[in-house]
Design a binder for this molecule. Sequence first.
Ligand code: ATP
Length: 323
Amino acid sequence: MEKIGVFTSGGDAPGMNACIRAVVRTAIYHGLEVVGIMEGYQGIVDKNFIPMTADSVSNIIQQGGTILKSARCTQFRTKKGRKKAYKNLKEAGIDGVVAIGGDGTFTGAAIFMQEYPDINFVGCPGTIDNDLHGTDFTIGYDTAINTAMEAIDKIKDTANADARLFFIEVMGRDVGFIALRSCIATGAETVLMPETSTNIKALVKTISEHYERKKASIIIIVAEGEEMGGAVKVAKKVSKKFTALSSRVTILGHIQRGGRPTAMERVNASWMGLEAVKALIAGEKGIMIGIVNNKVAHTSFEKAIKHNQEISPTLLEMVKVLA
Ligand code: ATP
């Protein structure tokens, strides 16, 4: 292996820059040439390659977003688009690629490698959702829960001042990891997630119990993908039962994707980037680099995509017991 490429794909996530930096510097350290591929798979199809030096990734470890940009590329979903991508990689002399992205990104890489087995792809899990098997934390997740936590803390200050019932919607279309952790971290009263069924009767009972305890405020965390369709719909069903409480809905939205990555994010993303290049040098391919129990884990793309992490029963117990 002499020359590798690195790209970010799918939804952007804080910490991607730290990972890019680690890939570039590890490659150079080991004597490889490295190019940045702009806008995910679109950059491969368009041959949008930028030679990278150690200096070109200076001063980015602390920045959110991604210097390589991210895009959704429809052409790569077609055989014709992937053929063009292969031709461009071969012409540029790139024989290894580090793909930083989520399940769609790894699905694309797995299909491409079946068609063109002489280009090796290794993945780093880049998504705020934490919805990949084979790693305890995806790149972006820790920053996203910290951002949600800070926002919810602020809402709680004002909710406490005026006995309010708040429904706060956080990101998570298919999984509730951000919702669950931010609920526990802020001491919110309960959480609704895609993994659990939304029972309005039970929710009304929970809110009533907290109301009777004369809590200063009641905060319900709602993952955007929960069964009923999000915080607005849940609030509409529930608020009318609590006329003594003024009720509000806040949708945190894209603030959860941005911002300076946390220390943990920077360290883990750097670690994964370093290990991804080492794996390529060792001739490995078709795997995602993860961190499980503070150790590096290699998981095939197929496994990483198919098996979601389980929601920990202990975390659910914490919500119930500690609220
Ligand atoms: P996130 O979890 O943040 O959504 P992701 O990696 O899952 O990130 P997607 O938009 O699903 O994001 O996928 C990123 C890109 O991967 C797509 O734009 C497309 O170019 C490529 N891709 C996804 N699925 C396939 C597929 N079945 N075949 C080929 N390429 C694919």
